[in-house]
Design a protein around this ligand. Structure first.
Ligand code: SF4
Length: 423
């Protein structure tokens, strides 16, 4: 058995301990920079690990190996600290090359497939135009062009002209320089959707009219072959997360085959579906725990559902949700995007009842991001979000409230109102 120091007494420490407790390594202590943690004890399953300072570790265990428990960017700060203390790379078990520059965690780690192009990120997550990798219409993944594009983007972002300037995710800090496997794939290669949500459709839209989301299926390439090739070439792995977005994934060409194939390889997937169409394949894979299904219902009454979604499918959606929840309720999250037209008390209460009836346990509440990013998300809507959050908490639901992109003032309103409630 070889001596191992876990660096970081935070939330990943226990998982890291389990990773090594049955291996050739024996965790001998936890090291942390936080003075308030030094000389405390970390108890995991009756096993006691002392928390000591880095200086103390260097003296006491001059030959021990290190495993860094925090995720990047903190992980890289610790690697730098160890290297500055003359700890050889070979003694850092989860060493990863990194650098300090202007970038974001997605560059070199994420790919967004759109109907005709590959991008470095998805427009829904940042608020500026997603940087382009290259045109793409299916087939093998253009690995060389991707690497070239990552290098060019990093270099441009650290020059006078920065394509990512203005994006909320763009910042100065530590970033991994290891390109593969890629952490995250967004599949938005098909745009067809059978709903016409008010936050998606252009103003002035009338029922029956086609929009950008109504792309014809013949124009859509199959993503399955591309992803299989990426897996075989180690561009993606079991640590990669696949996000099905775009239009409605269940309507996408080869969705079932592709989703099952990825699950068979142990790759985790998030499926953002509107649940208007029940998928036997989703039910089959749900038990594996490898897929998370997210359904944005955004209404508590059939009338509101019709107004927000443009179709009269409220009860069939809850029917599908109940079928999925029956198989594995911990893998289903029902989402509520709070906007003016769905934020009445009746909608909130009925929505909560339907979650109960359908066996749903996990709820996510979000603002409408286009409104938020344009600065049009009112404080009164923020208060509605808080109302819904507190109602759900009272009824014992596991509730996630996405607060990332609110203004500082709006975050203050939220945190002051739900003081003591964990988000
Ligand atoms: S900084 Fe923003 S725009 Fe640039 S790649 Fe990251 S998320 Fe996309």
């Amino acid at each position: 058995m070889k001596a191992l120091v876990l660096f970081g007494a935070g939330r990943n420490a226990a998982a890291s301990f389990y990773m090594f407790s049955s291996d050739n390594w024996i965790p001998i202590c936890i090291c942390d920079n936080d003075q308030s943690k030094i000389n405390t004890q970390f108890v995991i399953d009756g096993f006691v690990l002392e928390v000591i300072s880095p200086e103390c570790v260097m003296k006491r265990y001059p030959d021990a190996a290190f495993y860094i428990t925090p995720d990047p960017p903190q992980k890289f700060e610790i690697i730098e600290q160890l290297l500055n203390n003359n700890i050889d790379i070979s003694r850092i078990l989860n060493y990863e090359p990194f650098c300090y520059l202007h970038s974001c965690d997605l560059i070199g780690k994420s790919i967004n497939f759109t109907p005709t192009q590959l991008h470095h990120c998805c427009s829904a997550s940042n608020g500026v135009k997603p940087p382009l990798i290259c045109d793409f219409h299916g087939g093998g993944f253009p690995q060389n062009r991707y690497v070239d594009s990552v290098n060019k983007l990093i270099s441009a972002n650290n020059s006078e002209y920065s394509p990512c300037e203005g994006c909320r995710n763009f910042h100065e800090g530590y970033f991994s320089v290891q390109k593969f496997p890629i952490n995250s794939i967004s599949i938005n290669s098909y745009m067809h959707c059978n709903l016409h949500c008010s936050y998606c459709r252009p103003s002035g839209w009338v029922k029956g009219q086609y929009g950008w989301w109504d792309m014809h299926e013949s124009a859509v390439y199959s993503i399955a072959d591309t992803l299989i090739g990426m897996y075989e070439n180690k561009i993606i792995s079991q640590s990669t997360q696949i996000n099905w977005g775009g239009g409605e994934p269940v309507l996408a060409k080869n969705f079932s085959d592709c989703m099952k194939m990825l699950a068979e390889k142990g790759i985790k997937q998030i499926i953002n579906t509107n649940a208007t169409i029940y998928s036997e394949s989703i039910t089959e894979v749900l038990l594996s725990g490898l897929i998370q299904v997210q359904v944005s219902v955004d209404a508590g009454t059939p009338l509101t559902y019709f107004s927000v979604k443009g179709e009269d499918l409220y009860y069939s959606v809850w029917d599908t949700i109940a079928k999925y929840a029956k198989v594995n309720s911990s893998s289903i999250t029902v989402k509520y995007i709070v906007i003016e037209e769905n934020s009445g008390e009746k909608d909130f209460l009925e929505f909560i009842n339907q979650c109960d009836i359908s066996g749903v346990k996990n709820i996510a509440i979000t603002p409408e991001y286009n409104l938020l990013w344009r600065g049009h998300y009112s404080d009164s809507l923020v208060r509605k979000i808080i109302d819904l959050y507190l109602l759900l908490q009272k009824r014992g639901f596991i509730t996630i409230l996405h607060t990332d992109y609110f203004s500082t003032e709006q975050k203050d309103i939220i945190f002051n109102s739900i003081n003591g409630v964990e988000i």
